[in-house]
Design a protein around this ligand. Structure first.
Ligand code: C2O
Ligand code: CU
Length: 487
């Protein structure tokens, strides 16, 4: 089926629609921002003492002089940064004051499936959902967002999302003064109409919108046109791609090298110097950046490598350059400790324990030829097992793969060693058009034969279209793939 879709796309340039496509894509904002607004920093909330989130609608002042109806948690847009230490017992009471049923998923968290907040844990309007679990994993930048089937794209786009930071015994060796030298950057793209409403056209895919919505208004932590003041020599930024579909390639306008210290699932063993960092929707990275006193420098997103052909680039935003946030360094900067040469231990890739690899073909817009059915369990896996996933995206659309309740390491990209920036532990991986990626997926240990975890494309329009499968962790018997393998 993907073959037909790809062929349909390839004929577009000669079909007289090319002008429309080119005019609509290839947007960017460089030169249009003035960095007029202080970057909002979401308040922190300790999840180990029992946190409460109320999902509600509100009004946000995004663009100058206009008020935008948005959704958020405990506020009009986005939500507080939940926080807990490894080993802590956490509980969150999530009350839905939105006009429709939603859910709240803890992206990247290792927890029992009943607490996961996916499509199997809906929260009706007026209801309160009270998941509780023990934080088992290493320090990491995780995030939360709605995950109801077919409404995820809209609910996230309207503004329901936030961070969940896990701390551990290593956390304090890097800058960790939240909002001062440890700064979250939740990057999301939006389209805003003239009268200030969020434009929801193309939230689903269809026609030429093969990725779902790509916006030309960049919000950072729910704020538009932002700058951030820094007062220390080194600052740790937690980059989160909270966008529906857009892939970013972050880097500073002056091309300075930054120090990558963590990927999705936590700290690297040793830091990696880099100038660009590609993040697809749902992926996170932590970087430490050095500043000179008094300087101003812009964090930018450059056209990302998306694979595929020219049309892939155009339709998936591969031509777009965006200014994200301007950093303003104070005239004198407080000293910061150097980044240690060894950050943490124990993140080496575990050995594969399952004989058969799982082959996953990303179609348009399905997995191994199937779309999600709530009642169908696609796979059964053994607790704590480590399985090789061979993922293939044979088409001209971009996708990614996120696995709930698990973490993974990349084994290769297109048969070659993964880039240094992708060698840490992760839970979401970008799969460019016409490419392959192989993973070693380590499953969690919580057995529950009745409640599935999801794995899916994190381009939200694709996910909502059913590009999602379900697995359960069962007590014994190893991996029994029920999916059909690639056609
Ligand atoms: Cu960030 Cu299944 O989701
Ligand atoms: Cu996809």
């Amino acid at each position: 089926r993907w073959g037909a879709a790809a062929a349909a796309l390839v004929v577009v340039p000669s079909a007289g629609l090319a002008g429309f496509v080119w005019a609509d894509a290839g947007r960017g904002n460089v030169g249009t921002l003035r960095f007029r607004n202080r970057l909002p920093i979401p308040p922190q909330l300790d999840a180990s003492t029992g946190a409460a989130l109320t999902l509600r609608s509100g009004e946000s002042g995004l663009l100058p002089g206009r008020s935008t109806p948005t959704w958020g948690a405990n506020g009009a847009i986005l939500g507080p940064t939940l926080r807990a230490r490894r080993g802590a017992r956490v509980s969150v009471a999530v009350t839905n004051r939105l006009p429709e049923t939603t859910s709240l998923h803890w992206h990247g968290m290792h927890l029992p499936a009943v607490a996961d907040g996916g499509p199997h844990q809906p929260i009706a309007p007026g209801a309160t959902w009270r998941p509780t679990w023990t934080v088992e994993q290493r320090a990491a930048t995780l995030w939360y967002h709605p995950h109801l089937h077919r409404t995820t794209a809209r609910h996230v786009y309207r503004g329901v999302a936030g961070l969940f930071l896990v701390d551990d015994e290593y956390s304090d060796t890097l800058p960790h003064d939240y909002g001062v030298d440890d700064v979250p950057l939740i990057v999301q793209d939006r389209n805003v109409t003239r009268d200030g409403r969020l434009d929801e056209a193309n939230l689903g895919f269809g026609g030429l919108a093969t990725t779902g919505l790509l916006g030309d208004t960049i919000l950072v932590n729910g704020g538009y046109d932002p700058y951030v003041d820094v007062v220390t020599r080194r600052v740790r930024f937690r980059l989160v791609n909270g966008s529906n579909a857009r892939v970013y390639s972050f880097g500073f306008a002056d091309h300075r090298a930054v120090t990558l210290v963590a990927t999705d699932a936590g700290w690297l063993e040793t830091p990696v110097r880099c100038t660009r960092l590609r993040l697809s929707p749902g992926e996170r990275a932590e970087i430490v950046v050095e500043f000179e006193p008094g300087e101003r420098v812009v964090l930018r997103s450059w056209p990302p490598e998306l694979g595929g052909n020219v049309l892939t680039q155009r339709l998936a935003g591969g031509d777009d350059t965006f200014d994200v946030v301007q950093v303003r360094a104070a005239a004198t900067l407080r000293p910061s400790p150097a980044v240690p040469e060894r950050l943490t231990t124990g993140v080496r890739r575990p050995a594969i324990t399952v004989a058969e690899p799982f082959r996953l073909e990303l179609g348009e817009f399905h997995l191994n030829g199937a779309v999600l059915e709530h009642g169908r369990i696609d796979r059964r896996v053994a607790p704590g097992s480590v399985e090789r996933w061979e993922i293939r995206n044979p088409g001209q659309n971009v996708h990614n793969v996120h696995v709930h309740g698990a973490s993974f390491h990349l084994l290769d990209r297109d048969g070659a060693a993964p880039p240094e920036t992708e060698r840490g532990e992760k839970d979401t991986v970008f799969v460019p058009a016409d490419s392959t990626v192989t993973l070693a997926v380590r499953y969690g240990t919580h057995v529950d034969a009745r409640t599935p975890y999801m794995y899916h494309c994190h381009l939200l329009a694709h996910e909502d279209a059913g590009m999602m499968g379900q697995y359960v962790v069962v007590g014994s018997g190893g991996v029994a793939p029920a999916h059909r393998h690639g056609e």
